[in-house]
Design a protein around this ligand. Structure first.
Ligand code: OOG
Ligand code: NI
Length: 461
């Protein structure tokens, strides 16, 4: 009997979700098509350099999704489904604090955490949970009705959850069960045809469009699915040429001549989709909701805490310089700030310990005694350093991406938060450890260094 392993379930789930989302949101297919064109051109132009941060096979299949749920119980169920796919919660994002675009959710990302699993298929899902107890968004009365509404719905059925638990415990499923599990899992994220209560949806929408998308309906759905592209500026141009209106900017670090770091993302605004609506008089009509959008991203090397601190300081510096700077665009100011404050080479990133690398002994070694620093081992041809790709998200960009979904600002008071929704609260609520992304990258780097120390019989590096 063949067992379908967690990574195979993950890859199959990502593929089927992609096919389903393409049927529901055809503009997503355009985005994927243009991304593939861009990637082909970059590989043709740059060859092996283009694949420094992942093979073209990995990048072509690579997606992240975004989903939104209402309660800790729902999030725990999501964790079981993704657990079956070998995906663990990593990182904590609080989108309620974002300056321009506060959204009443806290989030984590489910993804594989081992290098081998990531290489097999890196599918990740940004997963947000509504925060009804946050009194800055919800009055006690609305909170009460919202929590009652959420408690009365079922997003994931018992058969799906039982199969998920079995897959997580047994590290995979037999073929027939795998097939059933995948079909049920994909179906759980389809857009429901059930009528939306127009008045209830509108009441939540006055607080936040995201609150309405989560708590205004009796089911959940995939919000967006994001392909990875090797040249996001080129993609932005090509989408614009095709007449698709993108948001103003590419979020994240600027385009410049140095190595790609972290994550750059852009998106187009949510499209109007027909949805059945239940009117206050009980009749059902066809309305339209703008909820789902298209997003695309380029990934670079993961930064250390020191790198991240410097990165954040440079972003702040751009904002400081920009207002007094007449006539230059943000992108131009950003490049100037980057040239002043950020190393232009991978070597510079390594020397200043700003980014994570994986080190491997070369097949052919120079003659003589190996030097006793990592930098010298790389310089003298003993060891090759490969950047570790950033597998996570950026709170500032995420807040900007949520904007693609908002037609109005919503409302927020300056009152009490109510519950302290922090990382340990979230971890307790779902009964799982939320991994620290820095520790995961750091572990991969130090394991690679440890192997070199052992292989070259050194005492340390
Ligand atoms: C999630 C927004 C965050 C990203 O790529 O930063 C996100 C959402 O809209 O639900 O997906
Ligand atoms: Ni996204």
């Amino acid at each position: 009997m063949t067992t379908i392993l967690p990574w195979q379930l993950r890859a199959a789930f990502a593929r089927r979700l992609s096919a389903m989302y393409g049927r529901e949101v055809p503009a997503y297919n355009t985005l994927v098509e243009v991304s593939e064109e861009v990637n082909r051109d970059v590989v043709e132009r740059e060859g092996a350099t283009a694949q420094r941060l992942g093979s073209i096979e990995r990048i072509t299949a690579e997606r992240h999704g975004a989903i939104r749920v209402g309660t800790p119980a729902e999030l725990s169920q999501v964790a079981r489904i993704f657990g079956a796919l070998g995906m663990r919660p990593v990182g904590f994002y609080d989108l309620r604090e974002a300056a321009r675009s506060a959204v009443p959710v806290i989030s984590t990302a489910f993804r594989p955490i081992d290098a081998e699993e990531l290489a097999l298929n890196p599918f990740r899902v940004f997963t947000s949970m509504l925060t009804p107890a946050d009194q800055r968004f919800f009055s006690p009365d609305l909170r009460g009705r919202l929590e009652t509404f959420l408690a009365g719905r079922e997003l994931f059925g018992p058969e799906l959850l039982a199969l998920a638990d079995r897959a997580e415990q047994e590290l995979g499923l037999p073929e027939a069960e795998a097939e059933r599990f995948l079909a049920l899992a994909v179906r759980a994220f389809e857009l429901s045809a059930e009528p939306v209560d127009r008045a209830w949806y509108a009441e939540l929408e006055a607080v936040s469009a995201v609150a309405a998308d989560i708590g205004g309906v009796r089911s959940t759905h995939i919000n967006h699915l994001t392909p990875r592209v090797l040249d996001i500026d080129d993609l932005y141009r090509r989408m614009t040429e095709r007449g698709i209106e993108m948001i103003d900017t590419i979020q994240g670090p600027p385009r410049w001549e140095g190595p790609d770091v972290l994550l750059r993302q852009t998106s187009f605004r949510a499209l109007a989709e027909p949805r059945a609506m239940r009117e206050p008089d009980g009749t059902v009509t066809t309305g339209a909701l703008r909820v789902r959008f298209g997003e695309v991203e380029a990934r670079g090397v993961a930064l250390t805490p020191a790198g991240r601190e410097r990165y954040d300081a440079l972003l702040t510096e751009i904002d400081v310089r920009l207002p007094g700077d007449s006539g230059r665009t943000r992108a131009e100011v950003a490049v100037e700030v980057w040239r002043e404050g950020w190393p232009a080479t991978e070597r510079g990133l390594r020397e200043q310990d700003l980014a994570y690398f994986s080190y491997a002994l070369n097949l052919e070694l120079p003659a003589g005694t190996p030097p006793d620093t990592l930098a010298a081992l790389v310089d003298e041809g003993w060891v090759t350093a490969t950047p570790i790709v950033y597998e996570d998200f950026l709170p500032r960009s995420a807040a900007g991406i949520f904007q693609s979904n908002l037609s109005s600002e919503g409302s927020r008071d300056t009152g009490q938060q109510g519950v302290d929704y922090d990382q340990s609260w979230l971890s307790g609520a779902i009964g799982r450890e939320i991994h620290n992304p820095f520790l995961l990258y750091g572990y991969e780097q130090s394991a690679s260094v440890g192997a070199i120390v052992a292989n070259l019989n050194l005492t340390s590096l």
